[in-house]
Design a protein around this ligand. Structure first.
Ligand code: KG4
Ligand code: ZN
Length: 366
């Protein structure tokens, strides 16, 4: 239990306390307020300045966080009907992510901690995605998720499988050997002229296409490992475009290309996740991260889980992409467990637990 002395009054962080969380690891500035486990607000400000560069420009991202963080935090407090004086604890993303962006959120949180005497915890962003499942109920049972479960975290920067036994108790059991699934969507979207980030555009166009139109590869689908590889798919999309539509894919073919591409990515993600659940003998699956907003991935996960009598939890799309509510969920457990980060904690580009699996690596110069 965290005890804070403020204005001569002793405050404890307990089950019903108010928590303010801040997330700024990449190109979203977000702040959320919880009362106990309930989300009172979750404000997300997305940076649009990166689209014309075809990817996130770190220096621009840091500056954009600086510009809006004050307003985002203020908006989260207003929506919760609170002031900073009501808050009992703070949580902030400290890793993994862009260092300059992480520093903005972390230093803002440190400033609040210092000024208002609030306990602060530094949170791992990937853990935020894993435990974001606690913001939702399972689709097919309407029950809350329970340990143990297998989690697929699938975003622009990560494609990893975790065996989760409890709060803070989890192992990385699989990961991508090259591109993340979100990168496969985004890089393909760029080749198709759909802009950045393009996952959602591909998802939307795919709804009217034929997923069997083009046989894109399902890499490592049938080997025994729980690892992924998406760089071959990206090459395959490039080859397909160069061979068939060197001047650009015409509008009428776009839905078929998108549907085939989406199906290739989703097949592998679903196949490996259920293989992991069987291997680790768990009955519950969590899917999180930006790509879990994908409509086919969601439908396929729910359908397979129903068939196999398993439970699957996928947060609502607003909790799939980067947000501070998921950081608050992890931060709350840490504060309740008595953890506290000093004002000297630093940020890091890598996740707390290594996500890149051992195994086949590209040879030097290959
Ligand atoms: O978790 P997130 O917001 O940020 C990272 O931590 O990377 O994930 C962003 C990724 C991007 O690659 C974006 O294209 C992808 O999530 N994404 C989608 C969809 N919505 C977002 N990919 C496929 N289908 C979607 N509907
Ligand atoms: Zn993320």
């Amino acid at each position: 239990m965290c005890v804070t002395v403020r204005g001569g009054r002793v405050r404890t962080f307990n089950q019903d306390s108010y928590l303010l969380a801040i997330e700024s690891s990449c190109d979203e500035t977000s702040a959320a307020v919880l009362r106990g486990a309930d989300v009172l607000s979750n404000i997300v400000s997305s940076q649009l300045e990166h689209s014309k560069w075809g990817g996130v420009v770190p220096e621009l991202a840091s500056r954009a966080h600086v510009q809006v963080i004050n307003q985002v935090v203020a908006a989260a407090l207003v929506e919760a009907g609170l002031t900073i004086e009501d808050i009992d604890g703070l949580a902030v993303t400290a890793r993994p992510g862009l260092l300059g962006s992480l520093v903005v959120g972390s230093n803002f949180a440190k400033g609040l901690s210092l000024r208002y005497g609030l306990p602060l915890v530094a949170v791992d962003h990937v853990e935020g995605h894993v435990y974001s499942a606690f913001l939702e109920k399972a689709e097919n049972t309407n029950a809350a998720i329970e340990f143990p479960f297998v989690a697929l975290v699938v975003s622009g920067g990560h494609t990893s499988l975790f065996n989760v036994r409890g709060w803070g108790e989890y192992d990385v059991i699989g990961g991508t050997r090259d591109d993340a699934a979100g990168e496969a969507f985004d890089k393909s979207a760029k080749m198709l002229g759909l802009g950045y980030p393009g996952g959602i555009q591909i998802d939307t166009l795919a709804e009217n296409g034929n997923p069997a139109a083009i046989a894109f590869p399902r890499a490592m689908m049938h080997d025994d490992s729980l690892d992924f590889s998406f760089s071959g798919l990206k090459t395959s999309v490039r080859t397909y475009i160069q061979k068939n539509f060197p001047d650009g894919v015409p509008g009428e073919h776009m839905p078929d290309v998108c549907a085939s591409l989406r199906a290739a990515i989703v097949d592998v993600l679903v196949g490996k996740t259920f293989r992991a659940a069987q291997r680790y003998a768990v009955n519950s699956i969590v899917v999180a991260g930006g790509v879990s907003a994908n409509s086919l991935l969601r439908e396929s996960m729910y359908a397979r889980a129903k068939k196999m009598g398993m439970r699957v939890v996928i947060p609502a799309p607003g909790y799939c992409t980067d947000n501070a509510a998921m950081i608050a969920v992890v931060g709350r457990r840490m504060l309740l467990a008595g953890q506290r980060s000093g004002l000297d904690f630093t940020v890091a580009a890598n996740a707390l637990r290594a996500v890149r699996p051992k195994g086949r690596r590209k040879k030097q110069g290959a």
